[in-house]
Design a protein. Structure first.
Length: 158
């Protein structure tokens, strides 16, 4: 389920970046390539989900940066790309905001400063905020410890 909706990287739910990176047969855009692509921002609110749209469907992982050229942003996107299959299995939806001037809904709600990542569970609760790039393995381990994920996997014990 991890995907970049409609060939766009979602940015602040008000600004989207067209993706010129290659897409594999599953429709998954190579995130490391996306992070390196220089693109202009385009407003296209019709293509964007809201956190409410993802409630009980996906686990949003929101990556914030002040620019796509931030090395921490590029590192984070590369690490997420390396384990995309495992993230897809956990219903992760990657949302990206690299335009602080747009003051999109996510930026207003989550109030990041510079680079940061916010992991949100299917129920809409913020699980964790990370001020530095985090490996996909660490994110996967965190998700696997969530009660919602354990219940999905059939190993829930209160």
């Amino acid at each position: 389920m991890m995907r970049i909706l409609g060939g766009l990287i979602v940015a602040a739910f008000g600004v989207a970046f067209p993706v010129s990176a290659a897409t594999d047969q599953d429709g998954w855009t190579e995130m490391a390539q996306v992070a390196a692509v220089g693109v202009e921002s385009v407003t296209d609110a019709a293509e964007q989900p809201s956190l409410g749209d993802l409630l009980w469907i996906a686990r949003p992982v929101v990556v914030f940066a002040d620019t796509q050229n931030d090395p921490r942003f590029q590192q984070q996107m590369e690490w997420l790309s390396e384990r995309r299959g495992e993230l897809e299995d956990r219903d992760v939806e990657i949302l990206v905001d690299t335009d602080p001037k747009a003051r999109g809904a996510l930026r207003q709600e989550l109030r990041p400063r510079g680079f940061g990542m916010v992991i949100i569970d299917k129920d809409g609760s913020v699980v964790q905020r990370r001020p530095a790039p985090t490996t996909a393995r660490e994110i996967i381990n965190l998700i696997d410890r969530l009660p919602s994920r354990r219940q999905e996997a059939g190993s829930f014990r209160p």
